[in-house]
Design a protein around this ligand. Structure first.
Ligand code: NAD
Length: 237
């Protein structure tokens, strides 16, 4: 089913959820849209707009029918703001974070190994189940940290382990082939770390973590005279 909430809104919902989780851990009961916006670096108006939008979407059952017992009460008491635990549960439910997700790493090189050691997986809904690699020297099915299987076993392992998400950490030139293998193995989600644009057929979905694109965006924002340089380029044409 096509998702109705725009991608930029989903990113903001993830940011609100991070803030709400921290507030709940501190025992805070209520948060206003001003406070939530300030902590998530967006305006209070944007917070209210996003929350009205996602709630309407959820009511109309267009978001996979996800619902939460408390969602009607999340707007809280006027003046006190949103009820933190209720809104946190509501956003977790909308984002699909109330169920476990089985994750594999495809490409057990420098980045794949570093991710395998990252402790986040132990305390989240994302369970790291195994790795895959084309290089027989990286294959290690009895590895205690993470069993690593050959690519040829991906369809069988994906079925056995009910894999939902592949973290794609192969070199850029191998990303397309690896993505097709992931698709054939019916693993629907790919988090792509390679600097190559890849796509999969719906209902599969790809999200990309582009570290080099982030550096280039930083260069743009840090560069003191981008306009003057652009003018010089135009003049040379
Ligand atoms: P790496 O060469 O150390 O590891 C790549 C691994 O992928 C190897 O183990 C290789 O055998 C495996 N592989 C190659 N083709 C494959 C295929 N078709 N199927 C399955 N496995 C395959 O590379 P790395 O430094 O870990 O980087 C991996 C990717 O992550 C690259 O696309 C890189 O641009 C990106 N990236 C790396 C870093 C970093 O800090 N290392 C940071 C950001 C992004």
């Amino acid at each position: 089913m096509a998702k109705q909430i725009p991608s930029v809104t989903v990113s903001r919902l993830v940011a609100y959820l991070r803030v709400l989780t921290a507030l709940e851990e501190k025992g805070v009961d209520y948060v206003t849209s001003e406070e939530l916006g300030a902590a998530a670096r967006v305006s209070a108006h944007q917070v209210r707009k996003d929350l009205v939008h996602v709630r309407e979407n959820q009511r109309q059952g267009r978001n996979g029918g996800a619902s939460d017992r408390g969602h009607d009460h999340a707007s809280g008491t006027r003046g006190r703001g949103y009820t933190v635990p209720i809104l946190r549960r509501e956003l977790s439910s909308i984002l699909g974070l109330t169920r476990p997700w089985n994750v594999a790493i495809v490409g057990m090189g420098h980045l794949g190994k570093a991710i395998a050691r990252y402790p986040y997986f132990e305390s989240s809904n994302f369970a790291l189940r195994c790795g895959f690699d084309v290089d027989p020297r990286k294959v290690d099915p009895t590895n205690e940290l993470l069993p690593v299987y050959p690519m040829a076993e991906m369809p069988e392992r994906a079925r056995q382990l009910e894999l939902d998400i592949a973290l794609l950490t192969v070199p850029g030139e191998a990303a397309e082939d690896a993505a097709r293998a992931i698709e054939r193995a019916k693993i629907p989600g790919i988090l792509n770390f390679a600097p190559t644009a890849i796509a999969v057929a719906p209902p599969g979905h790809v999200e990309s973590v582009d570290f080099v694109a982030g550096l280039k965006r930083l260069a743009y924002y840090l560069n003191p005279e981008p306009a003057a340089e652009a003018e010089a380029l135009t003049a040379d044409d």
